[in-house]
Design a binder for this molecule. Structure first.
Ligand SMILES: Nc1ncnc2c1ncn2[C@@H]1O[C@H](COP(=O)(O)OP(=O)(O)OP(=O)(O)O)[C@@H](O)[C@H]1O
Ligand SMILES: [Mg+2]
Length: 609
């Protein structure tokens, strides 16, 4: 059944008709709908398609949209967008916090991903509804900007929309809501900045606490302490000062996952681990006091781009021809060995003969290294990447205390260990199964990002919903000062922020009403700004004293990305979907107007995933 209300056409003139396509015929519905007559059009036959248009004076229908296009307008469009956003939010909110559940996502090819990571869930959901897609964008931007807080951002965006829906019902105009939300978010950023606590960029204890808080919310619970200290050490190693500012580029931390052993066996290597093996069996597998040459030239005879024919008349000529090739290859290896290098990493191929010569000289060579690894090797060892063997010299070589080939499971890896003050490092993540290492890698990425944020900004806040509860309290005080209808929007914003401690409590099986009452009363007293939901004890506690801390940057970005997405969706009052967009999704759900359907979500009701 498809139903649509008469009010949808109210802004058009009286001569408006609806064309209905059924299985057997297509006809215009006879009633001509009057403006604002409020008539409900409800058709329950097997309708294939509905088309809206106007009648010209000559009674010729003027169709504005292409055949098959669909459109929802005004409040319907807003409601549908809010509904879609709410469905996505409901899906993801159960994963928030240390007691949050995980999701098992099965891709089309049968690949299974088990995760708690908001960004990964949103990416894998493969939603089709345009409004739902905007929430995916929220998660993506949150992940790219700050690396953590994706679930929080999506939950906040969803809450802002559902609170806005209530205001829309009270006839508050969307523009007023958007303006109110903007004011509220600016104030929230100000409040959060005021709340933040300064830390030292080299305060490893504080940094580790931040990493632990981030990792404890993931499936890696239990071993998070070890990985958290690896993340802290890795960032401390690569941080540098530019124009008086601390910069930690997380691309300089190579994360390599290898199934096997346990997560406790994960290791930080002060150098680079390359997922390749030594290229010749006779070469040394361990080189101490390594002098490393990095080459991005082929160690082979260059093949010409054109075909050439050489006529050879005698065996001597063949011999001298081959000898010449050998001499060239020998020269390449001589040049390397003369520079004093005992390890060569080559971005391109290495001729078997060159490998043979190098092995004779006890030089370890590894070929076909990715350019990414080459850059990291350069940063870790201090070597210069050379474009030709002719440039190999002692000055261009890098150093490491040890280069060794290690066998892990069926794979062989080359470890470049203990470089002197490396500007790039590697963390090798181990774990019992593929899913475990995959999830560990994702949470390790979050940990790296939060430590980076804290090192760069040197500002933190407590977690457990404490900053959200405190910001909500202060926003309410601010709302009274603003007054008018915007006050309602600012209060709605404060309520939406409280969804974070509320969801943390819900996910931990606590009574959300009791918790919220207690939390609000705590925050009404002075010096209780860091009280939040300690899900481990199920009590309201001072989260700062409990060492649940997060970087300020994550919280600021949550406010920014959630407000932007919610405001953008609220401004939309018309959704026009072309035929193509409609066909790509499953059928429209009853109630209509959900262009594109919910795609990968399969229209699943809230809370079912
Ligand atoms: N022991 C704890 N008690 C209560 N809340 C906690 C505790 N540890 C962490 N949290 C809170 O959990 C929330 C983070 O949860 P989670 O990591 O699942 O979501 P996210 O960071 O928003 O998203 P994602 O990590 O998926 O990108 C933060 O608000 C954090 O303060
Ligand atoms: Mg997190």
């Amino acid at each position: 059944m498809f139903s649509s209300t008469g009010s949808e056409f109210s802004s058009l003139n009286a001569s408006l008709r609806v064309k209905v396509f059924t299985e057997s015929d297509s006809r215009f519905v006879d009633e001509v709908l009057g403006p604002n007559d409020g008539t409900d059009l409800c058709i329950s036959t097997h309708i294939h398609r509905l088309e809206f248009g106007a009648l010209s004076e000559g009674n010729i229908p003027v169709l504005i949209l292409k055949e098959g296009a669909s459109r929802s307008r005004g409040r319907d469009a807003q409601r549908n967008n809010i509904l879609a956003a709410k469905v996505v939010t409901e899906t993801i909110r159960t994963t928030l916090g240390p007691e949050g559940m995980d999701k098992m996502l099965v891709a089309g090819m049968g690949d299974v991903v088990i995760t708690n990571d908001g960004a990964t869930i949103m990416k894998e959901l493969d939603v089709q509804h345009p409004a739902a897609k905007m929430l995916v964008e929220v998660a993506k931007s949150q992940d790219n900007e700050v690396g953590d807080g994706t679930t929080t951002a999506v939950v906040l965006a969803g809450e802002l929309l559902s609170k806005a829906e209530r205001l829309l019902d009270q006839e508050v105009h969307p523009t007023i809501i958007v303006d109110g939300y903007k004011k509220a978010s600016e104030k929230a950023l100000e409040i959060l900045n005021g709340l933040a606590i300064p830390i030292q960029a080299d305060d490893e204890t504080a940094l580790k606490r931040i990493a632990v808080t981030s990792m404890e919310t993931k499936a890696t619970v239990g071993t998070s302490s070890h990985l958290a200290s690896l993340a802290t050490k890795a960032i401390s190693q690569i941080v540098e000062e530019r124009d008086g500012k601390k910069i930690a580029d997380i691309d300089r931390v190579k994360v390599l996952k290898k199934k096997g052993e346990s997560m406790d066996q994960s290791e930080l290597v002060k150098g680079i681990v390359v997922d390749k093996e030594v290229s010749h069996p006779q070469m040394p597998k361990v080189v101490k006091g390594a002098k490393i040459a990095l080459l991005n030239a082929k160690l082979e005879i260059e093949k010409t781009e054109f075909d050439a024919k050489i006529n050879i008349n005698s065996p001597d000529q063949i011999k001298s021809f081959l000898d010449e090739e050998e001499t060239m290859l020998r020269e390449m290896s001589e040049k390397i060995s003369k520079s004093g290098a005992n390890v060569v990493f080559c971005e391109k191929g290495i001729d078997d003969l060159v490998l043979h010569f190098l092995s004779k000289k006890n030089i370890m060579a590894i070929k076909n290294i990715s350019s990414n690894d080459m850059e990291k090797l350069a940063k870790a060892t201090g070597a210069t990447i050379l474009a030709s063997t002719k440039d190999v010299s002692q000055d261009a070589l890098g150093e490491a205390k040890l280069v060794e080939e290690v066998k892990i499971g069926d794979d062989k890896l080359v470890y470049v260990r203990d470089c002197k003050d490396p500007r790039a490092v590697t963390v090798v993540i181990r774990g019992g199964s593929e899913h475990v290492v995959d999830e560990a890698e994702r949470s390790f990425h979050d940990a790296l990002c939060v430590v980076r944020n804290a090192v760069e900004d040197q500002k933190i806040v407590a977690g457990g919903g404490a900053p959200e509860a405190e910001t909500a309290k202060q926003l309410r005080e601010y709302a009274v000062k603003v007054g008018g209808r915007e006050q309602l929007a600012i209060e709605a914003y404060a309520e939406a922020l409280e969804a974070i401690p509320l969801t943390l409590a819900e996910n931990a099986g606590l009574d959300p009403i009791d918790i919220m009452v207690e939390l609000r009363s705590k925050h009404s007293e002075p010096d209780h700004k860091w009280y939040g939901v300690q899900v481990k004890t199920g009590k309201i506690a001072d989260m700062l004293a409990d060492n649940v801390v997060e970087p300020l940057r994550v919280k600021l970005q949550v406010v920014k990305s959630a407000t932007e997405a919610a405001s953008m969706l609220l401004r939309i009052d018309d959704v026009v979907s072309s035929k193509g967009a409609k066909e790509s999704g499953p059928p429209m759900p009853p109630g209509g107007g959900m262009p594109g359907g919910m795609g990968g979500m399969g229209g699943m009701p809230p809370g079912m995933m």
